[in-house]
Write a protein that binds this ligand. Structure first.
Ligand code: DC
Length: 221
């Protein structure tokens, strides 16, 4: 029987790291849905499509394949077979991704792909609407939160590891702006599901957060 863990929350809470730790500990497939929205955004930019050109976006959506592979240095993301793990994290993508994520056709297609990934296997999936929309019947729902300042500091550290340079102010502004668009959009906004367990990681290390999440999963299993 497959087991589904949904982890939602705003940018920079450590969802990605926690999901990766959970996937290793329990042997679940790890799916980063933000990376899927990033792949679509990258392809829109590469094809020089404007966000109102819906027919072109629909065509693109019918032509993309996204897959994940766990490697020793972390998870890699493939767009039509090409490793785009680094390219999808650039500021150019982050600047417009919340606008791309509002497009109903984009959400509809990614919803199908996300549900397909869970067929017949246990997964941990992280994003914004996993517990509310993608898997409303998930076995475990976690809503990870932290203050905007703490999330900004974490994003900066992550960026540094990836060789991306952005100032504190620039990242904080981007985090706050993205949270606002993500939680105010009409379709599948960022929201804690009523039955999700809130984990506030502001004053916790990633390992402490992961321990809390492991316990919640173990109790359910
Ligand atoms: O997790 P992330 O920062 O890589 O996500 C990037 C953006 O993708 C986020 O600002 C909103 C969008 N997103 C979404 O709308 N729904 C999801 N399930 C995951 C991400």
């Amino acid at each position: 029987m497959s087991f589904i863990v949904a982890i939602d929350g705003p940018a920079g809470t450590g969802k990605g790291t926690i999901a990766s730790l959970v996937s290793k500990r329990f042997g679940f497939l790890n799916v980063d849905t933000g990376a899927m929205f990033r792949c679509v955004t990258l392809e829109i930019i590469r094809r020089k499509i404007e966000l109102h050109e819906i027919e072109k976006i629909e065509e693109l959506l019918s032509q993309i394949e996204i897959s994940f592979k766990e490697e020793s240095d972390g998870q890699r993301v493939f767009l039509n077979g090409e490793d785009v793990s680094t390219e999808i994290r650039t500021k150019q993508i982050t600047d417009i991704i919340s606008e791309v994520s509002k497009i109903p056709q984009v959400r509809g297609r990614l919803l199908e792909l996300q549900r397909d990934l869970a067929k017949g296997q246990s997964i941990v999936m992280e994003g914004r609407d996993i517990g509310t929309v993608v898997f409303p019947n998930a076995d475990v729902k976690i809503y990870l939160d932290a203050s905007a300042e703490e999330r900004t500091r974490r994003r900066i550290r992550q960026n540094e590891e990836k060789g991306i340079k952005m100032s504190y102010e620039e990242v904080l502004e981007s985090v706050i702006k993205r949270d606002k668009i993500d939680s105010e959009r009409e379709i599948a906004p960022l929201r804690k599901a009523d039955d999700a367990i809130l984990v506030d990681g502001t004053n916790m290390s990633i390992d402490e957060c992961a321990d809390v999440v492991y316990k919640i999963i173990e109790e359910k299993m």
